[in-house]
Design a protein around this ligand. Structure first.
Ligand code: ATP
Ligand code: MG
Length: 338
């Protein structure tokens, strides 16, 4: 049996370096010998942007384009546009009965998002529901492995609980218990040096940024250091970027060592090397991105939606059978509304 992988992104902006080191890199690597589903959580984007459907649609295209440009092969991987998979919505509702409301509201990822996105107590009813929806995303595809950044670990833990509970209550071993796979860098900080790099927080370096954008964003990075002879912190945000993106580890060690000693190494010089390394990573993506017009992306999404609905409908049918909700006449399809 091949291992199934599901992971994804919310179309609340384009993909950034945090996505790359947290998850995308693993997707690209694992697509060759695993069945990979890449979800575009466009329904969940409405939890914080319900009044802005045009930008959700635009970002859906951008996120698919970013991944094709980064090396996701549409012949191997399947993009899943969440809104087009009715089984996910049905399962969200069914799974919501198996998880206490208080458990959802204690989810540390949700709490952190409410704090950092300054949602206060004005968030929609649908906002916390997205955490259950994410369990449904993963379980609909009966995924074994979920490549994510550290911020998502709590959601995967909740998914494991829900899957166990479903299997225990209704039997049938419908759902595998998924494992998270945290990326090479579990949590890349943003250019504010405080919060995680995040597309909704204005602190991101995007995979689609120009060389000039990258240079400017790094130039603004604040380290608090006054002069090249002042000993610097070799674990500050600048050096976290250096470790993440300069491929030559020996070179990074040498820079960190001189920086820590205040051996005449200015922030500007380190920033220039980091900017060049990031540009070397994203330059080939820039070229490939140009090939994928909206029409080309849409064609891929149409084809992938058909594929994804096949798997999703089968899961839903199995889940409903286990729940004794199997009233669809045989041969009339999967029991989904789609
Ligand atoms: P938003 O601000 O809208 O929540 P985001 O930047 O957090 O957007 P998501 O779509 O929520 O992006 O996350 C997609 C995937 O990328 C998840 O697996 C998440 O853990 C991972 N990820 C996001 N930001 C980082 C980061 N800074 N470091 C490591 N992984 C990250
Ligand atoms: Mg997020």
């Amino acid at each position: 049996m091949t291992t199934r992988i599901l992971t994804g992104d919310t179309p609340t902006g384009r993909l950034h370096l945090g996505h790359y080191v947290g998850s995308l890199e693993n997707r690209i690597r694992l697509q060759h010998d695993h069945e990979l589903y890449v979800l575009i959580a466009n329904v969940h984007a409405f939890t914080t942007r319900a009044t802005d459907p045009d930008s959700i649609r635009r970002d859906t295209f951008e996120i698919v384009r970013d991944q094709l440009a980064a090396g996701i092969d549409p012949e191997r991987a399947t993009f899943v546009v969440q809104s087009e998979i009715p089984a996910i919505a049905e399962l969200t509702f069914l799974l919501a009965m198996l998880i206490p409301y208080s458990r959802v509201m204690r989810n540390p990822t949700l709490k952190d998002e409410i704090r950092s996105k300054q949602l206060g107590d004005h968030y929609s009813f649908g906002f916390p529901l997205y955490a259950v929806g994410q369990c449904a995303d993963i379980l609909t595809f009966r995924a074994h492995l979920v490549p994510v950044g550290e911020d998502q670990a709590a959601h995967i833990e909740m998914t494991r609980e829900v899957a166990r509970r479903f299997n225990q209550v209704y039997g049938g071993e419908v759902f595998p218990i998924p494992e998270s796979l945290i990326g090479r860098v579990a949590r890349l900080p943003g250019t504010d040096g405080v919060e995680k790099m995040s597309k909704s927080r204005g602190n991101a370096i995007y995979l689609s940024d120009t060389a000039d954008d990258i240079r400017k964003k790094l130039a603004r990075l604040y380290t608090g250091r006054q002069s090249p002879t002042e000993p610097g912190d070799p674990n500050n945000v600048l050096f976290q970027y250096a470790r993440a993106f300069i491929p030559d580890e020996g070179r990074v060690r040498e820079l960190a060592d001189r920086y820590a000693r205040g051996d005449n190494l200015g922030d500007g010089a380190v920033k220039a090397e980091v900017a060049a390394a990031i540009d070397a990573l994203v330059a080939p993506m820039r070229e490939r991105r140009a090939r994928y017009t909206d029409a080309a992306v849409l064609e891929i999404l149409h084809e992938h939606t058909r594929r994804a609905n096949g798997v999703a409908a089968e899961t839903l049918a199995r889940a409903k059978e286990a729940m004794r909700l199997d009233f669809t006449p045989p041969g009339s399809g999967s029991g989904t509304s789609g």
